[in-house]
Each structure stands twice: as C-alpha cells, then as structure tokens.
Design a protein around this ligand. Structure first.
Ligand SMILES: [Mn+2]
Length: 342
C-alpha cells in the first residue's frame, strides 16, 4: 500500500533507510502480511522484507523478500547510510540499540507521524477490505438475533457465536468480543466471561478482521422486556449517534461531531466517558484522531457515543463509516432496540 508514495517522502526528506520491526502494524500495511517475525527495510528506491523460515516466503510487488540469516546484521552495515527513519511507537529499545551499532554514523529520526498520515487516507482496495469486514460483522449480528435462544446462557456463549460466524466467513476477530449484560455494560471494555446472562441491556462490541483490515461495531439488545424508560434512554443515545453522523462532511473537525453528540445527550452527557470515535484500518484504533483532526476524503472511522451508569447499566451504539465525499455507514446491522427472551 502506498509504498511509492512513502519512498517519495524519503527522497524529499533525505532519509536513506526506514527500519520497521516486528510487530509494527506498518509492516502489515506495506506487505499485506503478518508473519510471526519480520523486519521491513525501506530505502528510497527499494525495499527488503526479512522473514524467518517458519513462515511462507511471500512474493510482493516492489519488495524483495529474504530469509533472516545468522549474519543479517553484518549484511545490513553500510557507511553511506546517514539518516534512518524509525517508528518510535513500535521499535523496542533493544532493536534501536542494535541499529545504532550497525550504523554508528547515522542519525535517527522518528517517522511515526508520517506513517500515520499516510495510512489515515485509505485506497479503494483498503476501503473494499474494511467494507467486507463490516459486512461480515453485521451479518454475524443478524445471525445471532435469528439464532438467539435459551441455549445461550453466558456472555461467552454469545461472544463465541459471533466469533464463530466471523471465522467461518474467513475472517479473524479484530479484538476479543465484548458481551456485557446489565451492570457489566457500565464498563466500556468489560472482559467477557462465563458470567450468566442477566436481564436488561446487553452491549455487544465486536468486529471482523478481513485480510488484515478491521471492522468495529457495537449493538445493544435488551434481554427480557424493556420499560418505556429503557427505550427512551436508548433512543436518546441513538439520536446522539445519528446527529453526529449527520454532521460528517469534508474538513469538518471531529471535535465538532463530539460536541454535537454530547449536546444531544443533554444531562446524560456526563456519563459519556470516552471519545466519540477513532480511525480504523490495519489497526482497530488509528488515525484520524478525534482530538485534533479534520475529516478528509477516504477516511474510515467509527462513531460511538455511550452512556455508562456505574453498577446499573451501560450502552453504546457504534458504526464504522467511510467518508468518500459522501458518508457511508459500513456496519449496516439494524439499530432499533430488540428485546430477546432469556
Ligand atoms: Mn470502537
């Protein structure tokens, strides 16, 4: 993805070499692979992918692949290398020290921001993969609703159903599925366990990962019979999410969407304790950042307001979207509050 564009940047900035170390997601971004251990070395006109014999040796356009050899460090030594770009967010201190020994003459600069910027604007190929991940995620939810029965006894039973569906469709899971009933839902990142299902709101936050591209979606269902008050607060949250999505347009600041969502929540906004969303791609959380970025064409991101009332209940509604000049919601599973019997 965008390797030539990145190499142009290296030429402009006079960076001789970029060294990406396992498990940097940028390795997956450029190679569209996730080997168990690998380095990616990008120069201004070439790139080399070093993998171990434990993985399949891939063929990648514009990237030469080689196996690690015992003398790989010696092979890399080159006194002409003066400036090296590293991703400070992922390289370990150990590897940075190793590089300093291989290239004692070189200056090291952090290129993490350039990588984030490059990745934040998706290519059509990437958008297609994210869309497919989102479709499989939405399908898993629909299947769950159709199959829901008294056989589902624990939060894990529900999570496993969703995960099995996504894996059966050729996906990995983007992150461990959150199935949180009743007061567990008040913890946004509740760890799903063999906790018996309780009546009340159930938060389902999950996503498929298709060919290294992630989806992220949260839906609410109500176990048992919801009251008028339950429906009112749920619909307020849904209004808040829709109001924020309606404000998506080119060059709009993400903070403006955040403000709209909170204003709509009114007195419940104090229970909305996290950011409205995040960029999504080869990482579940990546740029654009809601704190200080603006919407650009080909950004993919989530919108996910929530209300969390400690020891009572929690709720969140989340969609993954692409802005391609128009707003397109990729996670299309229904958002009306469904009641299920347990
Ligand atoms: Mn999310």
């Amino acid at each position: 993805m965008k390797l030539p564009e990145f190499q142009k940047y290296l030429q402009q900035e006079n960076i001789n070499l970029v060294f990406l170390t396992h498990p940097d997601p940028n390795i997956t971004y450029f190679t569209q692979m996730k080997p168990s251990h690998a380095f990616l070395i990008i120069k201004q006109k070439e790139a080399e992918f070093l993998v171990t014999k434990l993985d399949v040796k891939p063929t990648i356009k514009n990237i030469v692949t080689n196996y690690f050899t015992p003398d790989w460090e010696k092979k890399l030594a080159d006194p002409k290398i003066k400036t090296i770009g590293i991703n400070k967010e992922f390289i370990s201190v150990q590897y940075q020290e190793k590089l300093q020994k291989i290239y004692p003459q070189a200056k090291f600069i952090d290129i993490s921001n350039q990588l984030k910027l490059l990745r934040s604007q998706k290519t059509s190929e990437e958008i297609a993969k994210i869309s497919k991940a989102c479709k499989i995620t939405s399908d898993a939810f629909n299947e769950l609703i159709n199959a829901f029965s008294s056989k589902f006894q624990t939060e894990q039973d529900v999570a496993f159903f969703l995960e099995r569906h996504m894996k059966n469709k050729g996906c990995e899971i983007a992150f461990p599925t959150i199935a949180a009933t009743s007061k567990n839902g008040a913890i946004p990142h509740h760890v799903t366990s063999n906790q018996k299902l309780r009546k009340g709101f159930m938060v389902l936050d999950f996503g498929a990962c298709y060919k290294h591209y992630n989806a992220d979606m949260t839906r609410m269902v109500y176990l048992g019979k919801s009251t008028k008050e339950d429906k009112e607060i749920y619909n307020l949250l849904l209004d808040s999410q829709r109001a924020a999505i309606n404000e998506v347009k080119d060059q709009q600041s993400f903070m403006h969407l955040d403000k709209i969502a909170r204003t709509t929540l009114g007195k419940y906004s104090k229970y909305f304790i996290h950011s409205l969303g995040h960029g999504i791609g080869v990482e579940v959380h990546e740029d654009p950042k809601f704190k200080n970025h603006k919407i650009n064409k080909n950004h993919t991101f989530t919108i996910e307001p929530g209300i969390y009332i400690k020891n009572k209940f929690g709720m969140r509604i989340e969609d993954s979207l692409v802005f391609n000049g128009k707003t397109k919601i990729l996670t299309t599973a229904p958002k009306e509050l469904l009641s299920l019997n347990i």
